[in-house]
Design a protein around this ligand. Structure first.
Ligand SMILES: *Cc1c(COP(=O)(O)O)cnc(C)c1O
Length: 826
């Protein structure tokens, strides 16, 4: 069954048929020419995105056999002369045409469609709901993150007559977007997960954001939400209280349809959720314990109960739900140890996953492996068999030392004979006798009741209250996103100079993650950085941008590849290499930066010399000076032109074809036509330093947090800090935080130029920033000693913080000093 025919498309979108061979059927929609074509009559929409212009890929799509196109009429009309055997439609805006077409397509179907929106949890609620609904109905769920202006129409175009139910999520970043998505999804039921600070930039305030999201429900008959979110409750009541069925759940208010009570079950790793209505009570068990997951689960439960699902249909699925990504945290420990903190669940499956993770880490560091594990509180399996399986698992992973905590594991001590082992009946006993640790990688894994987080605290290196957290999952996601912006064959060099833009430390988690995820090359500034990476077991090719001639010896020994940026440097390298083994080199061309590089005027003598002495050139490259700014676009083009000219000249005289590379992060985003053989990805990998429009596609990898050391109450007229730079103009509450300019928290932030975030609110920095401390204004916020203070992170942009003091995120990141503790989330 086709989605429609070409003539329908023309009339729905009001387009102008530029060329037509026939009124062909349309069997699928394609917007990315690299996608696999699975049906006979695909239609290509040339969408103009920030990173790609679909019109540049028409030729490629044609070569793959696509014969139907929707193009923007203002783009190069010559396209039409090129092809004669295609259907081509001109429209004024291809994205709008896509949306109109799919809205029309959707309206042909009568079925139950659940539309989900909210700040957090929409993807997981959608995935879980899909699992529940699929037990009863043939259900379509939007693919993983198809929730944008382009993603939603693509998801909806997958509807077929066989579907009985559909679930679509929608995400927006500014006013006016939801109305368009609502027309495409046409939900019959709506679900509003919650509201948080994410993606706030496109909105005046929270109120506006909630109202905008609520537009999704304009034509629904029933809306589900948690009435404890006050703003959501008020807004939906006001907009739809009269016209629609509002179905709510609550933890606090009895004025609700579904009332939730949560119980901890002693001696079990599950939580009990009791959901009552006026007439009935239903009780469910779940393994999830964190507040966010429980909320997501109860959204599902309320919806399912309201739609005729029975307790016994829900419960088995509920126990099988999986989180989207398992999270373990890697921390620095005392005496050269590393800790894998997984101290809140304990069952054999997750232990096995954690042991795999430990293996990956251990390979890099060659540390001894220690496992600290509590009793496994799992009732189904007989104890003896359970602990036998655990022993086998530990032996398989060649664990060197086991520390068992709990009466049951202690009782089974004799089963663990493959490794050195010691047992404690309680966590207290462990803390009293604290065994010593040195140069080990330690996995801490335990059931919640054992509070093994206290064990972690005891062995964690804890010098300073400020932490730089690195989200390795976000790093992987960012890398994947950039891959989708590049041709399949384009290689990626990850720029990890300055300890990976400040995120890395001597542990090199970040670089080893990149190595595991198929990066082709690494780029560092200095030889020493390369040597450290090699010593940590990094095997990728490494390009060193500023080599010195006295280091060539070490570079050969560590297989580091120098950048050659002048004839002199080439000569020095050659004289050194005569009797030694050879190393690949990278030639840097001067195209406009006026920093390092071979100038065009000097290219001939350079080539002559190169040819006679040194044929092994791995790559030729140059660097753009203003890839992020439109004002410099003409200059960028001239740089690219010169680069191509010079690279051609070198290549024509060399025997081989070196890799060419020119683009940095913003170059990749704005000039994909110059990606050549490789790109050099820097700041974007860390999820920052990019334009606002694409910020929501990428996740900042680093979060800098500290905690409040002390609260002080000041009277009007009191002064704060050195030189009395801030005087309280009224009574105020301030907090002292343990971060100062020696940590990389610039002195320029002082005297209200910078701010930090406490309980979701911005607090200005008051007084001068000291070397190790700073003071912030927390008046009107219920802040306490020990509360978290965010300097920057996912929701609090480092780019904006940098802007406040006239610098860029690159500088703020790389200035975070090594004394700030690094923690890695996986
Ligand atoms: C640092 C650097 C990059 C990466 O730049 P970003 O803007 O961070 O992507 C690329 N090329 C060279 C030569 C660099 O020094």
């Amino acid at each position: 069954m086709p989605l429609a025919y070409f003539n329908d498309l023309a009339s729905i979108t009001n387009g102008l048929t530029a060329i037509k061979i026939d009124n062909l059927p349309i069997t699928e929609l394609i917007i990315d020419s690299r996608n696999k074509i699975t049906t006979p009559y695909p239609l290509f929409f040339a969408i103009v995105g920030i990173n790609h212009n679909g019109h540049d890929y028409i030729e490629e799509a044609y070569k793959k056999g696509i014969r139907q196109f929707v193009v923007d009429h203002s783009y190069n009309l010559a396209i039409t002369e090129h092809y004669s055997d295609v259907n081509m439609l001109w429209v004024t805006n291809t994205l709008e045409a896509l949306q109109q077409f799919v809205a029309f397509y959707r309206s042909k179907y009568v079925l139950c469609v659940l539309g989900i929106t909210g700040s957090n949890g929409k993807t997981i609620v959608k995935e879980w709901m899909h699992e529940f609904l699929s037990t009863k109905y043939k259900t379509l769920g939007s693919p993983y993150s198809y929730n944008s202006q382009v993603g939603v129409p693509l998801a909806v175009s997958l509807l077929r007559t066989t579907h009985e139910y559909a679930i679509f999520e929608s995400g927006i970043s500014k006013v006016g977007e939801m109305e368009k998505l609502a027309k495409i999804i046409q939900p019959t039921h709506g679900l509003f997960t919650n509201i948080g600070p994410a993606h706030s930039k496109g909105f005046q305030d929270q109120q506006q954001k909630v109202e905008e999201k609520a537009q999704l429900f304009k034509d629904c008959d029933t809306i589900y939400y948690c009435r404890d979110h006050q703003l959501i409750h008020e807004t939906l009541q006001r907009l739809y209280g009269r016209s629609k069925r509002l179905r709510t759940w609550s933890r606090h208010s009895y004025d609700t349809d579904y009332f939730l009570m949560r119980y901890e079950l002693p001696d079990s790793n599950k939580v009990s959720l009791q959901i009552s209505t006026l007439r009935k009570k239903a009780t469910f068990l779940t393994h999830f314990r964190d507040i966010a997951s429980i909320e997501n689960i109860v959204h599902c439960l309320a919806y399912l109960l309201d739609n005729g699902f029975k307790e016994e249909q829900i419960q088995p699925i509920l126990l099988q739900l999986k989180p989207i990504a398992m999270r373990t945290t890697l921390k620095a420990g005392i005496h050269g140890c590393k800790i894998i903190d997984d101290s809140y669940t304990n069952d054999l499956t997750s232990t096995s996953v954690a042991l795999d993770f430990m293996d990956q880490q251990q390979k890099l560091d060659q540390l001894n492996k220690t496992v600290i594990i509590s009793d496994i509180l799992q009732s189904q399996t007989v104890d003896k068999i359970l602990y036998q399986e655990l022993a086998t698992l530990l032996a398989m992973h060649k664990v060197n030392r086991l520390i068992g905590i709990g009466p049951v594991i202690s009782y089974h001590a004799s089963l663990f004979c493959e490794q050195q082992s010691i047992f404690f009946h309680t966590t207290e006993a462990f803390l009293q006798h604290k065994p010593s640790f040195k140069d080990e990688i330690i996995l801490v894994k335990g059931a919640r009741t054992f509070q093994l987080e206290r064990v972690v605290q005891a062995i964690e290196k804890n010098t300073h209250g400020t932490i730089l957290e690195t989200d390795l999952g976000a790093l992987r996601d960012n890398l994947t996103w950039f891959r989708t912006k590049l041709h399949e064959r384009t290689k990626i060099m990850a720029m990890v100079k300055a300890s990976a833009y400040g995120s890395g430390s001597d542990d090199f988690e970040l670089v080893s993650t990149l190595q595991r995820h198929g990066i082709d090359y690494l780029g560092v500034a200095y030889m020493d950085e390369g040597i450290r990476l090699r010593q940590q077991g990094i095997t990728l090719p490494i390009m060193v941008m500023s080599p010195t001639s006295d280091g060539f010896n070490a570079m050969v020994a560590y297989q580091l590849e120098p950048v050659i940026y002048s004839l002199e440097l080439l000569q020095e390298l050659c004289s050194f290499l005569t009797e030694k083994s050879s190393i690949p080199i990278h030639i840097k061309l001067e195209t406009g930066m006026h920093r390092l590089g071979i100038e065009e005027a000097l290219i001939d003598p350079f080539i002559t010399h190169l040819r006679t002495v040194y044929p092994h050139v791995a790559s030729i490259f140059s660097h753009l000076v203003g890839s992020e700014s439109k004002a410099d676009d003409a200059y960028t083009l001239s740089q690219a032109e010169r680069f191509i000219r010079m690279a051609n000249a070198i290549e024509s005289k060399l025997g081989n074809k070196p890799l060419r590379h020119l683009l940095n992060t913003n170059g990749i985003l704005r000039f994909p036509q110059f990606q050549f053989d490789m790109v050099r990805l820097g700041i974007g990998l860390y999820g920052v330093g990019i334009s606002k429009e694409i910020q929501h596609d990428l996740t900042p990898v680093s979060k800098l947090v500290t905690t409040i050391s002390q609260i002080k109450y000041l009277k009007k007229g009191d002064s704060i800090g050195y030189n009395r730079k801030t005087i309280a103009t009224q009574d105020m509450t301030i907090a002292t935080i343990p971060i100062g300019y020696a940590d990389g928290f610039s002195r320029v932030f002082g005297c209200e130029r910078g701010h930090v975030v406490v309980h979701g609110k911005y607090c200005p920095v008051v007084g001068n920033v000291c070397m190790d401390m700073a003071m912030i204004d927390v008046s009107g916020i219920k802040a306490q000693r020990g509360d978290e203070v965010i300097i920057f992170g996912k929701e609090y942009s480092i780019d904006e913080l940098a802007k406040r003091i006239g610098t860029i995120s690159y500088e703020l990141l790389t200035q975070i000093s090594q004394r700030v503790k690094r923690v890695y989330h996986n």
